[in-house]
Design a protein around this ligand. Structure first.
Ligand code: HRO
Length: 314
């Protein structure tokens, strides 16, 4: 019988499985990260970190329903030193992506400088798209600030010399896709992760006539099944407009093996699982792997390279 290989490469970083966790979900503490290390996920991504630990926003700050989730976590994390220390102690056998999300450009430079001298990091996933910071209520997130982002990346690559990817917010306008691709194509970016949660959704409890979240008057980032068409659109748009050596990691709406297939068909080299990981726990990686392998068997594919990016337009 034909061997099915679901390994992948993110611009040279080898993953034994193309399925990994999404930053933010069950990847904040020692216990959570250790569990991911022991699972069948192809890599581990940390919760986005800041220079000092943060408690995050007030609760309730997460809610899920049958087809989606809304969150306003507010970047709770244990601080960069914890994640670097975890990495140095555990020496993971799978790629380790440190997600960072400074509250200012200056803080991002400090975080990146620290990561730059850490010997065991495989890559930084620079989060340009946290939607929920109460302290930045009137500021546009960097991923939507096309003026600032060019200079920001230019300065980073003056001193940073390890692999770096960016986690992008969802875009909706052709103009924005083109503008972002034009910027990213000028830098030695290793990968882009598409997409973070859709910012400023609102979920209403009909019976109680209230919001379901407390922070930010109930508004929060939307994830889960309901956002899959937007993830696919962002993956596809960037797949056709970015340099071919920039890998794409798909994120958003992965619940079943078929969702992984669709992300890769649109151009992703790997996928991240967020809302469904939170719902189902660590066994989600085995289930998704089995379902994905079954689909490849049915379709007579033996590796993801055979269909990656090969979406046909009717
Ligand atoms: O912590 C959060 O509120 C959060 C972050 Cl950093 C992010 O990147 N995406 C999200 O949906 N929530």
């Amino acid at each position: 019988m034909k061997k099915i290989d679901i390994s992948s490469s993110i611009n040279g970083i080898k993953l034994s499985s193309c399925i990994m966790n999404a930053s933010g979900v069950l990847c904040c503490t020692e216990k959570e990260l250790s569990e991911i290390l022991m699972s069948s996920s192809g890599a581990v991504v940390t919760k986005s970190c800041t220079m000092v630990p943060r408690k995050g926003n007030l609760e309730p700050r997460y809610f899920e329903w049958n087809i989606g989730s809304i969150n306003s976590m507010g970047l709770p994390n244990l601080g960069i030193d914890f994640y670097l220390n975890f990495l140095d102690r555990k020496k993971p056998k799978k790629p380790f992506f440190l997600s960072i999300s400074g509250l200012s450009i200056e803080e991002n430079y400090q975080l990146i400088s620290k990561a730059n001298i850490s010997p065991n990091i495989n890559a930084i996933e620079l989060n340009l798209s946290c939607p929920n910071l109460v302290e930045k209520k009137n500021q546009v997130s960097l991923g939507y600030d096309f003026e600032k982002i060019y200079d920001f990346l230019k300065n980073i690559f003056k001193f940073y010399n390890k692999p770096l990817g960016v986690k992008l917010p969802p875009y909706f306008e052709d103009f924005h896709f083109e503008k972002m691709a034009l910027i990213l194509n000028q830098f030695p970016i290793c990968f882009v992760t598409c997409i973070n949660s859709l910012p400023n959704g609102l979920f209403v409890d009909t019976n109680k006539e209230t919001t379901v979240l407390h922070p930010k008057k109930g508004f929060g980032g939307i994830g889960g099944r309901v956002i899959k068409p937007f993830s696919l659109a962002n993956i596809r748009k960037f797949y056709v407009s970015l340099r071919k050596d920039i890998s794409i990691i798909g994120c958003g709406g992965i619940c079943y093996g078929k969702d992984i297939f669709e992300h890769i068909l649109c151009g992703a080299s790997a996928v991240q699982v967020g809302t469904q990981f939170f719902k189902e726990g660590i066994r989600v990686f085995d289930r998704l792997k089995n379902e994905f392998i079954s689909i490849l068997k049915e379709k007579n594919y033996s590796s993801i390279e055979e269909f990656k990016g090969k979406l046909n337009v009717i």
